[in-house]
Design a protein around this ligand. Structure first.
Ligand code: SAH
Length: 341
């Protein structure tokens, strides 16, 4: 058993069932792992030797091997992690003044096949384990040391996080746990293409922020670019957003990738505004990051993006524009998955 894959409750169960020790011992072990940064069972000063010896027979503390880092001119850093089977996954660190965001992957590849996203081209290779998901923020922070503190986590890397809830939920519980990584739920965001039944499941399990990749204002256009819409229509998705129980004051972020001439007119902006009526929403516009494999898809001009934002804001819908970061190291939205280790 890799102890890095167990949340506090699961670790307590393991310590009780396999080692016959109580919850207080399990909590000390949990803190040794996540807060004191133990890398082996030899260096856990708060636990006695006989317990650590038995532990070593039954458990491991496996980490993600760091294959390499790529540094962008704009300060973004991409981390490539080598998995056992020789594949890699990626995390992206985005420093922006006081805000330092880490973008985390949840799967190797992705099954959602959105036509504009390079990760989608890979298909789903496998789900990441809990240890592999929580290992990303844990190990990036250790890599940074005192130089920088990660302030925000976003599940916007490779994969569809709601397609991997059984591994994601315990990983996020470790991120939020005051005795582990201790992130505030206000600073953790899960982004989804809109796996409708899983939205309520996530909301019931954890109080984290929710982001929906909407990207279209008509069913037909969304079906064309996001095949998941054939299973769950945009209307079903928006209805779910209208009814899901959110913690007080929380709003849902709607990500909207803008493609020149496809979904970037003021009529689109107005349709988007109407679609979101009645939902506590904010919009995040993402100007499309072009890639050579999709020559027909173009990024709109800054003026077009600004006009779209202006329309929403003037009509009372909060709307921000996502700054493109890490484009020179293929770390921007939709570019993950093609970098060799
Ligand atoms: N599967 C989840 C998590 C990934 S988030 C989801 O889709 O929400 C990745 C974000 O980048 C999504 O909002 C997606 O719509 C956006 N994206 C994908 N390809 C892009 C591209 N080429 N340019 C800009 N944004 C892109």
């Amino acid at each position: 058993t890799n102890l890095r894959g167990l949340n506090r409750t699961a670790l307590a169960g393991f310590v009780r069932d396999v080692l016959g020790e109580d919850e207080a011992v399990a909590l000390r072990l949990f803190k040794e792992i996540w807060q004191r940064g133990a890398t082996s069972f030899d260096h856990m000063p708060t636990l006695r030797k006989s317990f650590r010896d038995t532990l070593a027979e039954h458990a491991t503390l496996d980490e993600l091997p760091l294959a390499r880092t790529l540094h962008s001119k704009d300060g973004t850093i991409k981390f490539l992690w080598g998995l056992e089977e020789g594949r890699t996954i990626e995390s992206v660190l985005i420093p922006d003044g006081h805000r330092v965001t880490l973008c985390i992957s949840s799967q190797v590849g992705c099954a959602m096949a959105c036509t504009f996203c390079l990760t989608g081209d890979m298909g789903l290779i496998r789900h990441l384990t809990t240890a592999e998901i929580v290992g990303q923020p844990y190990q990036v922070q250790r890599y940074l040391g005192d130089s920088m503190r990660i302030t925000n986590l976003v599940l916007m890397g490779m994969g569809e996080p709601l397609h991997n809830l059984p591994a994601l939920v315990p990983a996020l519980q470790i991120c939020l746990d005051e005795h582990a990584l201790n992130y505030s739920h206000r600073r953790v965001t899960v982004s989804t293409v809109g796996l409708v039944p899983k939205i309520a499941e996530l909301a019931n399990a954890l109080p984290v922020n929710l982001a929906i990749s909407l990207n279209a204002t008509t069913e037909a256009h969304r079906r064309q670019i996001m095949p998941v819409t054939r299973k769950y229509s945009m209307q079903q998705l928006l209805d779910q957003c209208r009814t899901v129980k959110l913690p007080r004051g929380k709003r849902i972020t709607f990500e909207y990738v803008m493609f020149a001439g496809e979904n970037d007119t003021l009529e689109d902006a107005e349709r988007l505004r109407l679609l979101l009526e009645g939902i506590p929403a904010k919009v995040n516009l993402i100007p499309y990051n072009e890639n050579p494999g999709r020559p027909q898809l173009k990024r709109p001009s800054d003026e077009v993006v600004k006009a779209f934002q202006h329309h929403l804001v003037m009509h009372g819908t909060s709307c921000s524009i996502r700054t493109t970061r890490g484009i020179d190291i293929s770390a921007a939205c939709g570019q993950l998955g093609k970098t060799a280790a």
